[in-house]
Design a protein around this ligand. Sequence first.
Ligand SMILES: Cc1cc2nc3c(=O)[nH]c(=O)nc-3n(C[C@H](O)[C@H](O)[C@H](O)COP(=O)(O)OP(=O)(O)OC[C@H]3O[C@@H](n4cnc5c(N)ncnc54)[C@H](O)[C@@H]3O)c2cc1C
Length: 359
Amino acid sequence: MEFGRTAAQRDRCRTIRDAGEYDWQRLGELGVLGAAVSVEHGGRGLGALDTALVFEAAGYGCHDTGLVFAAGAHLFAVALPIAEFGSDAQKKKLPGLCDGTLIGANAMTEPDAGSDIGALKTTAVRSGNGYVLNGVKSFVSNGPIADVYVTYAVTDPKAGHLGTTGFVVDAGTPGLVRSEPFGKLGLNGCSAGTVEFHDCAVAEDAALGNGSLVFQHGMLWERACLFAIYLGVQERLIERCITHVKRRKQFGRRLSTFQSVSNRIVDMQLRLESARLLLYKACWAIDQDDDAVLPAALSKLAVSQAAVQTALDAVELFGGRGYQTGEGIEEHLRDAVGGLIFSGTSDIQRQLAALELGL
Ligand SMILES: Cc1cc2nc3c(=O)[nH]c(=O)nc-3n(C[C@H](O)[C@H](O)[C@H](O)COP(=O)(O)OP(=O)(O)OC[C@H]3O[C@@H](n4cnc5c(N)ncnc54)[C@H](O)[C@@H]3O)c2cc1C
């Protein structure tokens, strides 16, 4: 067992943590957008653990957590599925997705199919040499600005969740209608909206493969690697809390000298380090081609819950200033809550874990 980092891992993470300025193009240059895509297709060719370290470093360095989340959604639910399942023609999009020329969005969730992805109503019906898509996708991160969509539709209604197909659809395809961004609680550096398909005709080679397989593959990586963003965010926030409680005085003493204050920070660190170990183990299992469903579900639960609790603790430690907008504290709480919902809610992770435990 090895807990240390290689020189290459340290150098890569330091470059990302210390980049200073971040925007979409810069995330492309830093190798974040294409971390897990092969070098041949313009990515960095990293495994799951190395990819997680990249996202952890970006979560630490980049104070716009929504922007890094947008990069994660783009990589794990669009670029990676195309890299793994795409045709040669579809893979031609990968260099652009990796360097930031293109933005990807994943459109799965529907008004009546959220946790229950077997209830999709969007259909793709064979027509001539292709398919015609009809349906509504209700929550699409990067949706309002994406160039490329990976979406899912029912192609064989009798086959249940196995009767869906993944599709790669370009923005601008007639019949693809996307909304303006809708308002949301947090992760505001990532715009989200709805995407509708109205008799949207796509060619035969827009099909990416069996929807269930493609989606589950992306979700596994997302649950394991994307959540590393929240490890980096928590590390930065804990550092900020330590600085604060060592400086601020009440009752003539530094806050850090009150045991209930220092214990709160110890608990934040305990949650971070426990969640980090689970996340690294889940990524390691993916890299070993082991069954990673249970470790990824446990890791997703641990990291997302730790992120919310730590953000709440930070608000309490900063008191009234922690609650005020513009102080850079309360936004962590708003950014963390989404983690309880996307990539499968906490209830769904528990359900997956229970099944894996034979319950
Ligand atoms: C920040 C953010 C980004 C997102 N980005 C995307 C995206 O890019 N693409 C995309 O397609 N979707 C995206 N989503 C949508 C997300 O995948 C869904 O919101 C999520 O799967 C839950 O579906 P739902 O909202 O329909 O809730 P529901 O499925 O209606 O769930 C509501 C509640 O019921 C519980 N519940 C449901 N079924 C069960 C069950 N069987 N057992 C126990 N409890 C259950 C849930 O845990 C939850 O608490 C995003 C969501 C968020 C918050």
